[in-house]
Design a binder for this molecule. Sequence first.
Ligand code: ASP
Length: 328
Amino acid sequence: MIDLRILVLGTGGTIAGAAGSATGGTYRAGGLALAAMLEQLAALGLDAQLVPQEIARIGSQDIGWPQWQALHAACAAAMDDPAITGIIITHGTDTAEETAFLLDLTLPTTKPVVLVGAMRPADAVGADGMRNFANAVKVASDRQATGRGVLLVMGDAVLAARDARKAATSAIDAFRGFPRGPIARVTPARIDWFAPPHRQEEPAHYAFPDSLPRVAILAAGAGMDEQPVEALLGIGCKGMVLAGMGQGNAPACVLGALARAAAAGVPVVRSTRVDEGIVDRNVEVDDDALGLVAARALGPAKARVLLMVLLANGITDASRLQAAFDGG
Ligand code: ASP
C-alpha cells in the first residue's frame, strides 16, 4: 500500500471562515488558521498524512497574482517531490473556478490537485467545510484522480476545473459544471468516476508566466454605448472579454469598437452573461469579419484567465487564440 502524503495549501475563504456565532449573518473569510482546521480533521481519522502550508488567509475575492504565483510554485515543487502523493488547496468559493483553471492550464496532470471550499463558515450550524474537506482528502488519495487536470470538490460532487462555475451566492450546492456536470460523486463507501482519466501524464499546457497582462471583462447591457470599450483601451488593457448577451452579443456600436480594438492588437473574446451555453463563432456575430474570438463553453471569468495565460505566452493571433478556446 502506498503511503498517502497530501500537501494542503491554505488560502482562506469561508471554509476557514469564523463567524463567532453559530447563526450570525456576518463572518470573516480566512479567520481560521490552517493548522487549526487540520487539527479538527485529525479527529476524523483520515488515512492520509496531511502536510500543511499556509499561502494566505484571505477571502478569495482578494486572490490574485501574488497568491497564484505562490500556489503554482508550491504545486510545481510538490509535483517533483516523490514523497507527496497529492495536493489539496483550501480556497474561497468566489474565485475558486479562476484559480482552479489557471493551475489546470499551467500544471502537469501527474498528481491529483484538488481545490475545496465551503459555503458556510467553520463555526456555523451545519457547516459544510469538514465534509467537503474529508471528501477532498478521499479524492486526492484516489489514484484515479490523476490524469484529469485540476479538480474542485464541493459537497459530494467532483468537477473538472474547465467545467466548474459558481452558480449560487449562498446555497450549499453552489457549483455547477458546464459543459460537463460532475465527473465523479463521492459516496460514503467509494468514489464513482463517470469516465476514465483522459489527460494521463500530460505536461502543462502552458508555461506559468512571469506576470499576467491586464485583461478586463466588459459586461454588456441593453442600450449601452461604446465608451466603456474606449475607456478600457485608455487604461492600457491588453485584452478584453465581452460578457455578452445571449450568444455573446452586444449592440452594433460596441461590436464595432471591439473590432477596432482587435484590429489595433488588443484581442477580444466574446463570452456570454447567460448562465450556461456555448458561444460559437460566426452565428449571430461575424467573428471572421470583426477579428473576434468566441469563448465557446467558457464563461467570462475563465475566458479571462485563459486569455491572460495565452497573451502572457505570446499567443496573440486570433486563429491561435480561437484554437485554445476550442480545445479541451
Ligand atoms: N467570499 C468568500 C470567498 O470566496 C466566499 C466563500 O468562500 O464561499 O473567500
